[in-house]
Design a protein around this ligand. Sequence first.
Ligand code: ATP
Ligand code: MG
Length: 270
Amino acid sequence: MTDPSEEDLLHEVQELNEQIQELQSSLMQTQKLSSVGALASSTTHEFNNILTTVINYAKMGLRHKDEKTRVKAFEKILAAGQRASKITCGMLSYARQQGNRQEPTDVVQLVKSVMVLVEKDLQMNRIQWQTDYLGHPEANLNAGQIQQVLVNLVVNARQAMGERGQLFITVRSNLEENWAEVSVRDTGSGIPADKLRNIFKPFYTTKEADEQGQGGTGLGLALCKDIIDGHEGRIRVESAMGKGTTFTLKFPLLREIPQLENAEEIREAG
Ligand SMILES: Nc1ncnc2c1ncn2[C@@H]1O[C@H](COP(=O)(O)OP(=O)(O)OP(=O)(O)O)[C@@H](O)[C@H]1O
Ligand SMILES: [Mg+2]
C-alpha cells in the first residue's frame, strides 16, 4: 500500500506538472502574438499601399470609358485584393494555429509561408533577402510552431541589422545525416562569444522594449529552443562580431520530395 501522504504528494506533483504545461502553452501563444505585433506596423503600411492602388485604379476605371483601360483597372484592383487576402490569411492562420500535432510537412512551403508574413517588414527596413532551396525536404513538424521559430529568427536578424542588411534563408536536405536543415543568416552586429551561451536562456535580452512595450522580453529564442527540442531537432548558432550571425535548425528528415511531385516549385527555385 502506498503511504497516503505519498499519494497526495504524487497527485500534487501531477497537478503542478499539468499547470506548468498549461502555462507553457499560453506563454507560447502570447509570444507568438507579440511577434505578430512586431510585424504589425509593416502590415498596416502594406494595407495602406494596397488601398491607394485600389482607389486610384477605381478612379481610373470610372474616368475612362474605353474597354481596354477599364479591364486594366479591374486587373490591378483584383491583384491588389488578392495580395491583401494573402497577407490577412497568412497572418490569421499564423496567429490561430495552436496545439502540438506534428505531421509530414514540406519545409520549402513552410519557409515560403513565413516569407509572406515578414517580407514587408524586411522591405520597410531596406533589408535585402534571398531564399535558396537547395533541397526539398519533408519533416514531421508542427507548422505553426516552426513558423513561430522562423518569424522569431527573422525578426531578431532584422533588429540586429538596422537598415540595409542582408538576410539569407537556405533550405537543405542533409541526406548523409538525415536532417532537414533551415539556416537563417544575417549581416548584423553579431553576438559576443561570451554571450552566446546566454541567448537561449529565458528573459536574456539586450533590447529595450519599444514604445508599444513590444520586444525585449528575451523569450523569443528560449521558446525557439523548447519548440525545436519538442521536434527532436537541433538549433545551432554561429556568430562573428561585426559580420553577422547564422542560426541553423535541423529536423529529422522524413524524405526528400521527388521533383515531379512539385514541378512548378522546383522550376521557381531553380
Ligand atoms: N541575429 C541576431 N544577431 C545578434 N544578436 C542576436 C540575434 N538573435 C538574438 N540575438 C541576441 O540574443 C538576445 C535574445 O534573443 P531573444 O529573441 O530570445 O530575445 P529578444 O529578441 O531580446 O526579445 P523578444 O524576442 O522578446 O523581442 C537578443 O536580445 C540579442 O542580444
Ligand atoms: Mg527576439
